[in-house]
Design a protein around this ligand. Structure first.
Ligand SMILES: C[S@@+](CC[C@H](N)C(=O)[O-])C[C@H]1O[C@@H](n2cnc3c(N)ncnc32)[C@H](O)[C@@H]1O
Length: 247
């Protein structure tokens, strides 16, 4: 089982520290997008966390099941209204299997990067593909690696600079690794945390999809179907079974 980086201390402040990501202006377009793809079928969220997306998606009438390895994150989900409609299987989403087939599997908020090796990311695609019913889709939302913003020879880039939160990404360009360092002022104390990630290129994800028998159907620059281009900071990519795809 991979290391759990979302233990009690992280889970206790996850919703508060990710306030922007819980804003309806961020959540609603994602839920609209995912609900449209789920249709009448069920949805599987890899890394369901505290239910930021799963709960509003379930409120839209979609049957949602989640996989997560953090007991602490899932405990927060369980404490929220509407969580009784959502099943959760504890385990590594790269390998854990769940009964049933889904019209949609999804992995959002850069969570593919929590798998810190290429092998694990490949396994994740294979696992997602194995859970899809014919015609089903796997959706990934992840940032585009920001290496163009890294001056030659530098390894650290600031991504948050506010009076209460400093954030720095530390790149390991040889191993495609990234450590996100956070320094937050909480109750007058400085709290430091670091999360290891693996950054991954869109084209590399497409190849992982092919290894899993999937192929890219759509790539957008955001949940509102903004065009994906050179300036896109993130992408929302939709994969489908290669044999089910229109040629
Ligand atoms: C950034 S949070 C995202 C949570 C939720 N999807 C959201 O959008 O708010 C990442 C979640 O993925 C879970 N996670 C990370 N790696 C995992 C793995 N290999 N298997 C299962 N869960 C994992 C963490 O425990 C955490 O709940």
């Amino acid at each position: 089982m991979p290391t759990d980086h979302f233990g009690e201390d992280v889970a206790a402040r996850y919703d508060e520290s990710s306030t922007d990501m819980f804003d309806p202006a961020v959540v609603d377009p994602a839920v609209d997008f995912l609900a449209g793809l789920a249709g009448q079928g069920a949805a599987l969220e890899l890394g369901i966390g505290t239910g930021r997306i799963a709960l509003p998606l379930a409120r839209r009438g979609v049957r949602v099941h989640g996989i997560d390895l953090s007991e602490a994150m899932v405990a927060r989900l369980r404490a929220k209204p509407g969580a009784d409609r959502i099943g959760v299987t504890m385990g590594d989403f790269a390998t854990t299997t769940v009964e049933g087939r889904f019209s949609l599997a999804y992995l959002v908020f850069n969570t593919i990067g929590n798998l810190t090796s290429q092998d694990e990311q490949v396994a994740c695609f294979q696992n997602a593909a194995a859970h899809l019913e014919p015609g089903g889709c796997f959706v990934i939302e992840v940032g585009v690696p920001q290496l163009q913003r890294l001056p030659p020879g530098e390894t650290v880039r600031a991504f948050a600079l506010t009076p209460t939160h400093l954030g720095f990404d530390e790149y390991d360009t040889v191993n495609q690794g990234l450590i996100s360092h956070h320094y937050r002022v909480e109750d007058g104390r400085l709290e430091a945390s670091s999360l290891p990630l693996r950054y991954v290129w869109p084209s590399e994800l497409d190849l992982m999809a092919r290894l899993a028998g999937l192929r890219l159907r759509e790539r957008w620059g955001g949940w509102r179907r903004e065009p994906f281009g050179a300036d896109s900071a993130l992408h929302v990519s939709v994969y489908e079974h290669a044999e089910g795809a229109a040629s």
